[in-house]
Design a protein around this ligand. Structure first.
Ligand SMILES: [Zn+2]
Length: 273
């Protein structure tokens, strides 16, 4: 009897900490001061990320596994990243800096609310697309509009930036990485990034992958953690869960889980490279 009652107390205790969703932050993470009053989830076991975590439904400024990126490694925006990712990034940064190569973090963790703002601004034409098209005015059909935005932006709930494992470096144009300083940085990352656990998930389309976002030479992922999250997404994330923003009804028809979340370079699906 004692064992049973102990187990039921333990179960209630574990349920409380593992199942309770954290409230979604309502303001910009990148400009938000530290708020220590929010409920915390103990997320130390990286083999068991919750669906809420996968979908960015937490506040990185108040998550025990996340830390503010020190100013010398990023641009002027306040940004958060997983502690394990920052540790490896700093080793990589130092090694590159010894060769006169300076990697600057331009984006890091973005939660569901951040991504919703980015997506809906494009959906409504408030922000123009990368090629200056206005998605709301120029693309009337919902499916075509969603696919156009998906060239470079994720639907809320499906971004690797939710995970705290992925970062954008230096510049948001592939061309910038094709000459001068940009080429030096890209070559260095391509040759040495893997030693520190980093990989480019959105590689050139048509070479090693055939679905998903366009190539992004600036976007790098930390494999020791993100391969586990990719696996979790593959097993547990369903298109029907992708909701709560303008245009979300296109998610299942597009099959965003298969074509976008899993549409990454095969080199970034395993740490054995
Ligand atoms: Zn990115």
């Amino acid at each position: 009897m004692k064992v049973i009652s102990f187990l039921s107390v333990l179960t209630v205790f574990l349920n409380f900490f593992s199942c309770k969703a954290q409230p979604v932050a309502t303001s910009s993470v990148e400009n938000k001061p530290l708020d220590t009053s929010t409920h915390r989830i103990n997320q130390t076991d990286i083999s068991n990320f919750t669906i809420d975590y996968l979908m960015g439904k937490f506040d990185p400024s108040d998550h025990p596994d996340f830390i503010l990126i020190p100013a010398q490694y990023r641009d002027e925006e306040i940004r958060y990243i997983r502690k394990d990712v920052l540790k490896s990034f700093i080793s990589m940064y130092d090694a590159a800096a010894k060769e006169g190569i300076y990697i600057k973090i331009r984006s890091a963790t973005r939660n569901f609310e951040n991504q919703k703002r980015i997506w809906e601004n494009k959906w409504t034409g408030k922000t123009l697309l990368e090629d200056k098209m206005n998605a709301a005015l120029d693309i009337k059909d919902d499916m075509s509009r969603a696919k156009k935005i998906l060239e470079y932006s994720s639907m809320p709930g499906t971004s690797r930036h939710h995970w705290g494992t992925d970062m954008d470096f230096n510049a948001f144009e592939n061309e910038w990485f094709e000459s001068g300083e940009g080429l030096k940085i890209y070559s260095w990352l391509s040759n040495h990034g893997h030693k520190y656990g980093f990989c480019q998930p959105y590689s050139k389309m048509g070479t090693d992958r055939y679905a998903g976002y366009f190539e992004e030479k600036w976007h790098w992922t930390y494999l020791p953690v993100s391969t586990k999250l990719t696996e979790q997404a593959k097993l547990n994330l369903k298109n029907e869960m992708i909701s709560g923003f303008l245009g979300a009804e296109t998610a299942a028809k597009i099959d965003v889980v298969q074509n976008y979340i899993l549409g990454i370079s095969p080199a970034c699906t395993s740490t054995k490279n």
